[in-house]
Structures are given as C-alpha cells and as structure tokens.
Design a protein around this ligand. Sequence first.
Ligand code: ZN
Length: 686
Amino acid sequence: MKKIISYALALATLAGCTGKQAGQQQPAQEINFTYMADRFADLEILRYRVPGFENLTLQQKQLLYHLSEAALMGRDIFFDQNGKYNLAIRRTLEAIYTGYEGNRENAEFRNLETYLKRVWFSNGIHHHYAEDKFAPGFTVDFFVQAVRSLNPSALPLREGQPVDQFLDEISPVIFNPSVMPKRTNQSGDADLILSSANHYYSGGITQQEVEDFYGAMKNPNDSTPVSYGLNSRLVKMPDGKIKEKVWKVGGLYTQAIEKIVAELEKALPFAENETQKAVIEKLISYYKTGDLKQFDEYSILWVNDTRSEVDFVNGFIETYGDPLGMKASWESTVNFLNKEATERTKTISANAQWFEDNSPTDKRFKKKEVKGVTAKVITVTMLGGDCYPATPIGINLPNSNWIRHLHGSKSVTIENITEAYDKASEGNGFTEEFAWSDTERALIKQYGFITDNLHTDLHECLGHGSGILLPGTDPDGLKAYSSTLEEARADLFGLYFLGDPKLVELGLVPDAEAYKAEYYKYMMNGLMTQLVRIELGKDVEEAHMRNRQLIARWVFEKGAPAQVVKLKQKDGKTYVVINDYGKLRNLFGQLLAEVQRIKSEGDYEAGKSLVETYAVKVDPKLHAEVLKRYSKLNLAPYKGFVNPVMKPVTNADGEITDIRLDYTEGYAEQMLRYSKDYSFLPPYNE
Ligand code: ZN
C-alpha cells in the first residue's frame, strides 16, 4: 500500500517555473542541482536529491546500481498493463518526436510534444490520477501526415501491416473519446471489467466471469491463501475458455522479466548479508516460476530483513489499477536507510502495541499482539514502473493480510521525496490564497513539515498494519471500495493519534499544538483544495483522493450540529475554519472505529454507502471557485520526478571504483533514453 502525496502545500509549486529556484542553497558539490526539471499540462517535473549517497560503501553503491538497473527494466510492462495500445502509441509518438522533419515550431507539433510528455508521465494514454483518456491537442490529419512522412521501419507495425492499416487501427484509440475512455472504472453500476481500458483482462471477459473464476479458487478454510490473480492477465479465449496468462520468465512479458532477473543476479554478489541474498534469490525464483506461493515466501523473507541498509521493492505489488483489486501493477523503488530520521519511526514502532490498544476501534477488531512493525525513513535512489514519475511518499508492504498478521509489515517514509515537494513549494502563494488566517498559516509554517512526515509514518507504520479481519471474512469482500476504505483507515489512524498527548510525551512533536497544522491542512485539502486536480463536472475517482474527501466530508457533516468545522465566506471566497480541534479529533476516532468495523466484518454495503455518499460527488459551485482561485496562482496540481543518472566510474583496468550521481538530465531526455535502453517488449503483448 502506498501513501500518495496528500498535503496541500505539496500541490503547489514554484512561481514562474523557469530556471533555477531563487535563493535555493545548494551544497558546493551539487552545484548543478535544481528542483525544477519540466512543466507542461497539469504537471510539474521535479528532481530529488540523494543525500548521503557519497558516504555509502562501494559495495552498497554497486548493489544500489544493479537494483536500480532492475528498477528500469520493467518500464514497458506497466505501459502495457495500463492499456494494450500504450506501447505502440508511445513508440509512434517518439518516432515522430525524434524523426519529424517538418516545422517543429508549429502548434500541432508542440501539442503533440505535450501529449507525448503526458503519455510518458502516465505510462499510457489515460490520466495517471483521473483515469480518463487525454484529449490530444493536435489533429488527426497532422498525425496521419506525420506518420506517413516517417520511414515505416521506425513504426511499431504488426507483422506485414501496411502503414494505412496501422493508422486505421491506432488513430481512433488516440482521437475518438468514446474508445477506451477510462483506464480503471470504479463507478458502481457498469461492468467494471468491460468498462475499464486496462490490460489486466482481455477477450471480452465480464466482471461476473472474473469473480466466478477466482471465487472457485478460493478456499474459505485456507488461512494462508496466496494473492490469487496477482501476477497474471485473465483472458477469455476465442473458444470461450478462461485462462490465466502469467507474467514470468517464459510467460507474458518474458522479454522484460528476463532483463530484471539478469540485473538481480548481478546484484547478488553485492548483497549486504545472507538474509538479503536469500531475498534476492527468492525473488529471482518467483520471477522464473510465477508461483504465487514463492511470492509469499519472498515477502516473508523480505519483511524479516530488517538489518540491511540497502533495500528495494521490485515486482507486481499494488492493485489500485484493477477495479477488482486483484491484479498488480509492476513497480520498483530502490533505497537506503536514513539513519538519523529513522530514530523517529523507531520510537513509533517500539510503541506499536500501545497505539493498537488505545485506538478507538472495537476490541474484537484489534490485534492482540502487534508483530514486527518495522518502520524506517529512507532515501530513494531510483523509481520505476508504477512509482515513476508519479511517486508515493510512503509505502507499507507486503499487502497480503495473513502475512501482515503473522509476520508484520515493513513501512517506509520517503523523506528525500517529501523534502523535494516541500522545497519546491516554498513561497508559491498557495497557503496565502487558501488558508483562513495568519493563525493557520503560522501553524503550517511552524509544524507543517514535521507533522506531514509524522502522519505518513503513522499511516504506513501503524495504520495499514493495525486491526484484524474476523475469521471467515473475505479479504477481497469490499471489492471496488477496498482501496479507498483501506487508505481511509490508515489516514484516520494517523490523524487520530497525531492529536494524542502520547506523541508529545514520546518527543515526536514539539508541543500539544503541532497536530493542528496537519488537521487544518487535511481538512482544507479534503474539503476544497484537492479539487484542483479534478476537471469541472467530473467526480472524484482515485482511491487516495476519495479517501481524503470521505474523511473530510464525513467529519464536516457529523460535526455540523456542534459547528466543529465550518466553511466560511470572506470577500466572496470560501475558507475552511476549524472551531474545535479536540472535537475534530473525536470525530476522526469515530470514523476510524466504523471503517475498521467495515473492514473487519467485510461489510460491503456499509463500505459502499460511505464511499458513494461522501467520497465521490463534488459541489460544482465550490469546485468552480477553487479552480478559479488556483488558476491565478499559475501552479501545476500534479508532480512527478526524474531520476538521477547513476554513473559507474572505472579505473584503468576497467574495475568499478565508484558510482556517481548526475542530476542534470532533463525530462524528455530521460524518457527517450529509457525508451531506447530499457525497452524490451514488443508493441503488442497478446
Ligand atoms: Zn496507504
């Protein structure tokens, strides 16, 4: 499970957005570092620094290097998972972008460039957050003419396919808004599988057929079930039979998976210890067999490796992209321990049992014994697949419920990413515009960074790991609502305890006022400012955004009689005002108890009702106002990152003596390089 960037400040950006950030102090050895890498559409591309990399041992650097190479090898997989035409479209656009000999300054070409940058960002033709297909800003005539002007060998044609036929096949996918309109459809009524454009399913298989197929596999008496369907596409064959095509060496996506495995094998000799070596070996073995039992064994080994400083995730992990929450997208992050900041999370995990015992949930749903909550703060060195360029700020894994229950989970806060968000948003006018008064602005300025990070720590380290399912509860029982409710549970856990005096006692916050900064930002974001990410007239779709609106709207409504939170008008503008932070905390606690009950009992109807009532619909008048105020700030609502370039340094004998990081690569430059050096799949993977 991931925590995506949630705080209001990070929605914002540098004013102006060109060139170097004024007044940014850089260490002398990183003279070339600028946070800003690119800006287009609703997106801004930042860089992240990797402080402390220079001080690692050569062995650790080499381990990070090979794991980072492995993190890039699977990029094409995620493109294909997001839609069956994504690779063909990306390659066609790249061929035009690099080979077009017409006027590159005209509006058509420039709009094609923007579209390509969006496709790179979203790993496909649908918005990475809103899930809708982009509308191209260039005409089909321009596209056809540009494609025809290229040498056909530069195009991703099917075998023997004439260019005109190729254009007939691919143009509607780009230009016709009714073809594959949504990547992942989560809205209640339609067949969620047939109405989703993603490539986790194919052959016209229906939601009912998918549910029946996996329903038949599940044994309610199996207390340690594998994650059914996690690493495969489910296909209805022409003869009507239903078949799983497994993503593994020798299976679907083998060309990329073989490369991942080869890099993992190169990483092995540099493993820090035997435990870590066993983790890498098991992952290799799982990639070779596709056996989900081995994936569970790998997850257990991985969660128990708490000694290694270098760590990584590489595989089919998160299921947000599948409306039924079973199929996992491919992703990778590579990182090392931030020792200093980890003292904070050590304190949290050392007190995990106290938090569990004192949470406002019903006793029946509590863990009697909280196992192995390991939490750390990390520094990432490479992001890949579903973590690139849009990046989580916290991760808690593994996702399997029984493994979490029996073996615990590993939780991380990615502080070099939150730092980049924070730095990039300095002085951009966002809180000036949206916060009610100087009191709230001062709170945010004084405590915002620490309480944000702490909320992420609590969300990941304790929130996702807390509570139990009652015996016999189907872990997939909440279906399309499970991601939203799970994120709400973790967020509420963090919110509730941020305001607990225990945090002051533990020295995690400086005083009993600090939590108010996060409460204010959370409510402002959930009730108002996150709407800047949504087009007027559209609903809230993405799980983390739904979760935040669910929480904010629920406590707003339940607290209305006591006027706990109000929306007030000043000079024709709407603001969030919190009248009673203590009562607000109690409301967070009440909702936490209810969401935990829904999860523990698998109460689908109650979960559906919570989400549909509070999380989805938007007040159109407030939405329009927020968009108008936001547009005046000239900021981008979504952000992502380019990776540093890792450069091995060799001596005269060709031996590697060091690995250096280079932060100068541009966004388009990096994407084109990845498409050249890390692209192994054929354009169509059927
Ligand atoms: Zn989460």
